[in-house]
Design a binder for this molecule. Structure first.
Ligand SMILES: N[C@@H](CCC[C@H](N)C(=O)O)C(=O)O
Length: 274
């Protein structure tokens, strides 16, 4: 058995495990622990390393065992855990996708002390208009967005987020593993509601459809700002709830959203494949 913490950010759920327990089998551990039938279940595992200088380093493994550069929501979940367990209000988290600063903006009251509102610096997104040709579908217009990890953003007016005549889950699965993206890509379907409000659905690399995504929120907002002239301060809602984005010209994109500790405990590693 090993200790774990479970947290979620807008329903995008993560397990936090100390890096020292990974035993160089991060992928196998993520596949097992993320299984919703055979273990705790989650969209990914954040392995938390503690540095001598008081900073932290995170390695994120998706539910399928693939390693991602970072997670916006996962990083926030770890910040919530460090706030809850150690009282830390400002944390610096290194990730393979860049260093993130997290700041606790609000803590829950006595009845909800496991609830936090956290702001994270998400770096400077890079947005590039691009189209992909999908077999049996044709050309799908969108934008490649780099926020430390890869995203493909598709704009749609459809109330159910359909695009190119397909449901977002189906088209998302096709583009996620498209040959134009050799490392795979996260895929967002974005509907602009007003200059200051967007809604989106996400098909995540290494997971599938999820309730929310921090990097997906950032990528959707960045593409909407750069390509459609949306406000630099906007609200982005997914199935799991809303997050706030502020991206002042020439500065890092700042993402603010909730994170909640769900439980902590010990989990069996029986059945761990290498
Ligand atoms: N849900 C995450 C993104 C997790 C990583 C993603 N699946 C990838 O492979 O890049 C977020 O909140 O950013």
């Amino acid at each position: 058995m090993i200790p774990f913490v479970k947290a979620h950010a807008c329903g995008n759920d993560f397990l936090v495990v100390e890096e020292t327990l990974a035993n160089n089998n991060h992928a196998g551990m993520a596949r097992l622990l993320c299984s919703r039938n055979y273990s705790v279940g989650a969209d990914g595992v954040e392995f938390l390393a503690r540095k001598d200088d008081g900073t932290f380093f995170l390695r994120l493994f998706n539910a399928d065992g693939s390693e991602a550069e970072l997670s916006g929501n996962g990083t926030r979940c770890v910040a919530a855990w460090l706030a809850y367990s150690e009282g830390l209000r400002d944390t610096t988290m290194g990730t393979p996708g860049g260093t993130k600063q997290c700041r606790v903006i609000e803590c829950g009251d006595d009845a909800h002390e496991e609830h936090f509102l956290i702001q994270t610096s998400m770096g400077v997104p890079k947005v590039l208009e691009q189209a992909v040709v999908v077999d049996g579908v044709g050309e799908v217009a969108g934008a490649v967005v780099d926020v430390g990890n890869p995203h493909f953003v598709i704009f749609t007016d459809h109330p159910a987020f359909r695009a190119s005549g397909l449901g977002w889950e189906e088209l998302g699965a096709m583009i996620c593993t498209h040959k134009d993206f050799p490392k795979g890509t996260n895929v967002e379907f974005v509907r602009v509601i007003s200059k200051g409000e967007i809604a989106f659905r996400i098909y995540e690399r290494g997971v599938g459809p999820t309730q929310s995504s921090g990097t997906g929120t950032s990528a959707s907002a960045a593409a909407s700002i750069v390509l459609l002239g949306c406000d630099r301060s906007l609200t982005a809602s997914s199935l799991g709830g809303a997050q706030q984005v502020v991206w002042n010209d020439g500065e890092q994109l700042m993402l603010t959203g909730p994170a909640e500790i769900v439980c902590k405990g010990e989990v069996s590693l029986q059945g761990l494949a290498s």
